[in-house]
Ligand binder design. Structure first.
Ligand code: TYD
Ligand code: MG
Length: 516
């Protein structure tokens, strides 16, 4: 039998039937590497043959494991067929008739997704309301950011909330003693239901899964595992794909919530989580900024919930602490007003986060003045500076402009434009806005201040954190701002009105529409 090989780019995952010096996908040189299936199979990559083997091996296990956990009723295809009717009643009848049991009758799929609580509210919210029982989740992030710590704390929480579940933590990076030491330090209590394995061979992991029948499986990390179905070192694009595809088959066939850790890698010999994002149910990234202890958990993809959610944690000596009031983290403690600062309300997922923006405008000695931005896209800051130059007459052409988002948060929402404009104007004019003022609004190229989504949620957060005045876009007469009582709203139509805000008496100090 002729064994087919393929060549995969180790940088972008492009595959080709023949070797090429330069990858047509990402134009990198010398990144194509031969990947050959081991002689047991005929096709390279995650072939149906290898996935079929996983399905055959684990078919039936989901029933036993989930029934034990009291979760059986929620799961589909328990009838053993490859399909189910959409209508839950039909399936319940069908199944009961066939198997002669009342198990799950009538309640099947009435609640289509069963979830485990992870014990971490921030994680539950990011997942869309808990960990879906037979799901495949990828947790990406830089090495050392805290991925293993997060998953060990999740293990603790899952077991605290659902003591009947079993969990298997497989590490390809650390020894059993190292994982055990860390797990105990983080307060994971085994109670005979948490199992640890130091293993890099996927088939051996599968053997352990068969024996232990865990409900949650953590694989740490993607780049250390390899499957005997494919030749090639762990971490190559081919192995990373094969391992992921087989874990996906395992999650769905055996009804296990599988977590896969993936280190984000610099381009090079190790394939990163990007290569497998398309095959998993949920993709989370764990991020942090150098020098800061807070960690952000972002959803990039979620088949079971919103992708706009943001979880906030802080890394401490005893592991990760959930930050339920993140605004406090990103607002400075300063009581005195300072020129060059303005507070914005950025919507991160369903939750508005208040954050201080800082600008420093100073005369430049350079022919081309500097524009530096941290936390907000540089081109956006330059655009806002150009709008201020054109529509407010700010002479910024010979000024350096340094821009910073306090606390290290990265903002992408246009709703932060007005605060950025206010910070730049404030630094240029050397005049400070009061510390209890908040700015929200998108700034358009013609200098108009445009409306932003979810004003009400942002106003509520402002009120909660003790802000007194919100500078906001003019509300349409049909949709007046619903400001909480005690919060003053100043409405702006054009960005140039920023310059009049600090003059007494303040313009439109009490808009007729301000309070509703
Ligand atoms: P880790 O979870 O090992 O990162 P990853 O799995 O993403 O590579 O976390 C590593 C860092 O976290 C390490 O540098 C030390 C720090 N850390 C703490 O500060 N406190 C703790 O309680 C733990 C467990 C780790
Ligand atoms: Mg780790």
């Amino acid at each position: 039998m002729k064994i087919k090989t393929q060549y995969s780019c180790q940088s972008c995952g492009f595959t080709s039937a023949k070797w090429l010096g330069r990858c047509p996908g990402c134009e990198a040189w010398n990144t194509l590497v031969e990947e050959r299936p081991s002689s047991a199979t005929s096709a390279p990559g995650p072939a149906e043959g290898s996935l079929g083997a996983v399905r055959d091996e684990f078919r039936g296990m989901r029933d036993a494991a989930l029934e034990e956990a009291g979760l059986h009723g929620a799961l589909m295809t328990a009838s053993g067929k490859g399909w189910v009717p959409l209508d839950p009643e039909d399936e319940a009848d069908d199944d009961a008739g066939e198997k002669g049991t009342a198990r799950g009758k009538g309640k099947r799929t009435s609640q289509p997704l069963r979830r485990h609580a992870t014990g971490l509210d921030e994680l539950d919210r990011v997942l869309g309301g808990g960990l879906v029982t037979d799901s495949f989740t990828l947790l990406g992030g830089d090495p050392g950011i805290g991925k293993s710590t997060l998953l060990l704390q999740m293990a603790r929480g899952v077991l605290q909330k659902q003591p009947e579940l079993r969990l298997l933590y497989v590490s390809g990076e650390e020894s059993i003693d190292q994982i055990r030491g860390r797990a105990l330090r983080l307060g994971v209590q085994g109670k005979g239901r948490v199992f640890l394995a130091a293993e890099t061979q996927l088939e051996r992991v599968f053997a352990s899964v068969k024996e232990l029948k865990p409900h949650v499986l953590v694989m740490d990390s993607l780049q250390t595992f390899s499957s005997g179905f494919l030749q090639g070192a762990p971490g190559s694009v081919g192995q990373v794909r094969e391992v992921s595809a087989r874990l996906m088959a395992l999650a769905k066939t055996a009804g296990i919530a599988v977590w896969l850790v993936g280190h984000v890698t610099k381009e090079g010999s190790i394939a990163g989580p990007k290569v497998v994002e398309h095959m998993v149910d949920t993709v989370l990234y764990f991020e942090g900024e150098g020098g800061h202890t807070f960690r952000l958990l972002r959803t990039v993809k979620n088949r079971f919930g919103s992708t706009r959610e943001l979880g906030v944690f802080e890394m401490e000596g005893e592991g990760l602490r959930e930050v339920s009031n993140p605004s406090a983290l990103f607002l400075s403690e300063r009581k005195e007003p300072a020129p060059g600062t303005a507070t914005a309300a950025s919507l991160e997922g369903s939750r508005p986060i208040l954050v201080e923006l800082q600008a420093l405008v100073s005369p430049s000695g350079l022919a081309v003045p500097r524009r530096t931005s941290v936390g907000m896209e540089g081109s956006r800051v330059s655009l806002i500076a150009a709008i201020l130059e054109r529509h407010m007459g700010l002479k910024l052409a010979n000024q350096d402009l340094f821009f910073n988002v306090a606390g290290g948060l990265r903002l992408s929402e246009p709703a932060c434009d007005l605060a950025a404009a206010a910070a730049i104007w404030s630094s240029f004019e050397d005049r400070a806005f009061p510390t209890d003022w908040l700015f929200m609004g998108e700034v358009g190229l013609t200098g108009e201040v445009r409306r932003v989504s979810q004003m009400e949620a942002r106003l509520q957060e402002a009120k909660k954190l003790g802000f007194m005045t919100v500078v906001a876009p003019r509300a349409g007469s049909s949709h007046p701002h619903k400001a909480p009582s005690g919060l003053r709203v100043i409405e702006l139509e054009r960005v140039r009105e920023l310059s009049k805000l600090l003059e007494a008496p303040r313009p439109r100090a009490e808009s007729p529409r301000a309070r509703q």
